[in-house]
Design a protein around this ligand. Sequence first.
Ligand code: OSB
Ligand code: MG
Length: 368
Amino acid sequence: MKIASVEISVIQMPLKSPFLTHLGAVKDRVGIIVKVTNNDGISGFGEGVAFSTPWYTEETVETSLHMLKDILIPLLQKHPINRPEEASNLFSSIRRNNMAKAALETALWDLDAKSHSEPLSKMIGGTREIIASGVVVATDSTAKALGQIEQYLDEGYQRIKVKMNPNQDYSFLAEIRRHYPDLPLMADANSAYTLKDIDRLKALDEFNLMMIEQPLAHDDIIEHAVLQKEIRTPICLDESIVSFDDARKAIEFGSCKMINIKVGRVGGLYEAKRIHDYCFERGIPVWCGGMIEFGISRAHNIALATLPGFTIPGDISASSRFWEEDIISPEVTIENGYITVPKAPGIGFEINEKKLQEILLSKKTFVF
Ligand code: OSB
Ligand code: MG
């Protein structure tokens, strides 16, 4: 890959409505766009998905920018690579900072797929032409949640995920189930519980949830295995899985029965695919998580979710879920509950340069 330049843009856009979890509210999304251009003038795009504050993982927009500008881009300048698969190994000399790594790595994948005139989904071994779409309801009242669920089901979403915590669990889920007894429903706790809450979590078994996502500590694997033995509802891990080895250990240990794979959280598409392959061989279902992202990351998620082990609808919703106008063209849309996988080379979406310009905070170019 003969890289000519890397351009880092920081953008900011308000969400249509605040995204509420027990850890705080996201109202405005700041994001990082990485554009890697080769000597033939072909560009690949990636997106940094860290938040402005470290509420979900330890990374932030600022730490990602530091890693990209001062560590990862200089590393790539010094050690040219031939294939995007090599980026993961090159970056392994740097501990963690997975979202920064993924921002650059995914841009290299897009560039490589475009320079081979191949869709990214095909390049990584994807087999689906359409992918099932799910959506997240993240609000603080049962009435608002019911209203949003109704709207999203009208729009065709196949599965609803709700945010849950000790102030919003049993009676909240009971009310949703009263209205929608057969709805494919799951709940994400973002680490709101401890092992002291075993009985409380056991009581939720009656709601036939598809899974409970990340009930215990963000970095735990051991106590989730204890909890999983006590509850019937499958546990899905999100925050706890930041690498292939975490996934392997969690499965060997019985800490979860499914995994939410996020490209940013695990450091890129290569690691995401390794986790997928491991789970697929063992019959462990995986699904693609979301990061309240802009269209570029969403496009990478669509490509990832075409792999055969992604058997559960992910948090890959339409551009309109969060944005008045997205930064890609066409925008991601849902039809009968599915997203059509683009056939154009790379991520298969064009950049909406006008929108990108409108929400741009800063830009820096690194010439190779
Ligand atoms: O825990 O999966 C999560 C959003 C931001 C950070 C963490 C999470 C989420 C979501 C929604 O649940 C993701 C989305 O729809 O983009
Ligand atoms: Mg989650």
